[in-house]
Design a binder for this molecule. Sequence first.
Ligand code: ATP
Ligand code: MG
Length: 768
Amino acid sequence: MTSSWKPDPLDDAGAETTPEPAAPGPAPQLARTPYYLEGLNPEQRSAVEALDGPVLVLAGAGTGKTRVLTTRLAHLLTMRRAWPSQILSVTFTNKAAREMKERVSALTGAPVEGWWLGTFHAMAARLLRRHAELVGLKSNFTILDSDDQLRLIKQLLEAESIDAKRWPARLIHGVIERWKDKGLTPDRLKPDDAGDIAGGRLIDLYRAYQERLRTLNACDFGDLLLHNLAILQDNAEVLTEYHRRFRYILVDEYQDTNVAQYLWLRLLAQGHKNLCCVGDDDQSIYGWRGAEVGNILRFETDFPGAKVIRLERNYRSTDRILGAASGLIAQNRGRLGKTLFTESAGGEHVLVRNVWDGEEEARWVGDEIESLQRQKTRLSEIAILVRAGFQMREFEERLLTLGIPYRVVGGPRFYERVEIRDALAYLRVIAQPDDDLAFERIVNTPRRGLGAATLKTLHQLARGTRVPLTEAALRVVDTDEVGTRARNSLRTLMGDFQRWRDMIGRVPHPELARIVLDESGYTAMWQNEKSPDAAGRLENLKELVAAMEEFENLQGFLEHVSLVMENTATPGADMVNLMTLHSAKGLEFEHVFLPGWEEGLFPHQRALDETGIAGLEEERRLAYVGLTRAKLRAYISAAANRRIHGLWQAALPSRFLDELPEEHVEVRADPGLGGDLRETGPSFAFQTPRQSGFMARSRPVTLDGVAYAVAERPRPDKAFAAGDRVFHRKFGYGTVRTADNDKLTIGFDHAGEKKVMDSFVVPADQAG
Ligand code: ATP
Ligand code: MG
């Protein structure tokens, strides 16, 4: 059938004007059941073969929902129900989209170009590019990243004279984002919806933000769907075009769609009404980002006559894993409830291991992985799923030490995170004042009035006199080369750096790092940004400081980091997968490690504080997602002592451990811990961590010496003397009054007396 797929009459180029093409042809007379249907169980098969009308597959983890969707796509093509470009398939991640394309094209041999298969964002962006002018954009619009979005909001706050300290841009941005998730444009909001945020002016701000975006020919992520909704609702002919085009719509992970996504699907599906959604209410884990599990429950009302199919056989996990996961999720009250069974009996118990602290946890996980490796388990069949990003570092370090390759899925590695790079940049400038890149990175972070103009001056001076930027900065502070405010700010910063540098060797280096982050205003910068994101960054910073304890000195630590950063992963290689539980949705691995099952970390305290029972139940669903990723074995660990926010805390085992049915669990305690912590709970006093195995890796470096000294570099010969006529690019012509090394006091003809750097001055006869 391969060749019959070319050319697709509905490829992107001619789509708007092409009348609805007939389906590719009459259904072929199949001599026998296509092979891809053969392995399916009867329910799965009915979900695949129910090609007409709305279908909802509501089923637990690992029951083959994604498999049903992929097979259905293949079947639609085989049965010639539609051209590939007449099927809209929405997946949750780009990775899932890629996998689906590969699988279907292997199944059918059909070429994948022009397929409407991808994430909500990707599909909405594609539609928007084709009709951008209908919402006042050009088709080459930019999609702004979150940094740019925030910058825009900050500008608006400033323009409206709204106190950004009281109403941080991130908070405003967060509220607007939630509104967008709900499909709410400014004109759909009532004044009450905004409460007293930004003095009751939030809706106006939202409107202004949208106008600014339009002027910039840009949009944010939420807009992609909002603009789509506007286009489809206000332009009947466009809607009709897409009704005709999308004969079939397929959606994976339906439980995590938000209102805007739901409205979008509902609009598009009203044409042929061939919408097939698969999902699991027990795996809804994006409530905090506006997902509405109610969308699943509403399906039958929105699409009367919908066929609802339940799958109950789990093909992924052993009975032990499934038993443990089912017992856990049964504690949630707000659920539809379903039965799950597996024929994979006799699996190994879920292993629960109590360890002393995070470091021992990482060591234990590393040991287990090594032993799996010896048993010929492929590394890519192993995953470590953490609740919070900061937990990753200890595992990364351990895997590096053991030489086990790993990849961090869905996010940067620990030392590549913005906040960590910033913090390291401060430390690098302290340890090594010549480090221009580091200096440049943090000179105005947090903002201290040292913007592009100042930096340009510093660069010119540094280049002209061949000194590092910090040296140029020191020279500039007692001149008029930069404005008064910048100069004062620079003077303070350089003074701070000197003070911090003097502390090297006198203050323990983790303490020094803490001081630097606090005194520089860096910590406060994130504290003032009130968003869930900022909280995670602060946790990471604390984790960084904690990590430094494992090294003898600052230099040793920095050296270790540069080695870690060099270790870049080769794509496609066999590697352990390290990721957050949220990114693990839909994936499966033979062996899954679930560390950090302690109260406060998992369930996460923030979820409990912010949304109480609802938050707890979402955390429990997250635990369920984690456990059900495992095919052969799940390994859970809980540490008795955890360094959270930089402080050692006696940790209580997670309540989720108690909720695991005993018959499926094997508890192993660290011999030193004395028994089953699930029963007794730990009562450990504050402990200092034991010396780490990493010590051997960090090479001791003496603190004094050439690395810390500013290298003396030759300066160009340009001596001026009192009485010389000179020209300065900013102040114009003048006469040198006094010369003190590289600093000149000059009486300018128009600007009066100024102190300037000699490298910014040329003899008057050479000016212009
Ligand atoms: P999740 O809820 O985690 O997204 P899911 O319901 O989408 O899970 P799939 O990922 O589609 O489940 O399937 C889980 C595993 O079971 C996969 O490895 C899949 O290939 C396998 N599987 C599904 N159906 C069958 C079947 N009928 N026969 C054999 N294996 C199957
Ligand atoms: Mg799936």
